[in-house]
Design a protein around this ligand. Sequence first.
Ligand SMILES: [Zn+2]
Length: 75
Amino acid sequence: MGMVMIKCPETGRAISTGIEMDRERFRCSTVFFSRTYCGMCAATHEWFAREAWVYESVLANGKAGGGQPFRTGAA
Ligand SMILES: [Zn+2]
């Protein structure tokens, strides 16, 4: 599971929507619309799924590995 994130249109910072969804499921649900309260703006932002992404926490489980940065050039 990951957390659906959006970019705050006012500050440009990533904020959590509070919606948990796994990445595959999120990719399948391309057209949904939601609103998220932004603590930085003290306002509610409206957003579409196409503007959002899923942040998968490294704490989720040990076998994930999907979000690992690709390392070029072995040490
Ligand atoms: Zn905001």
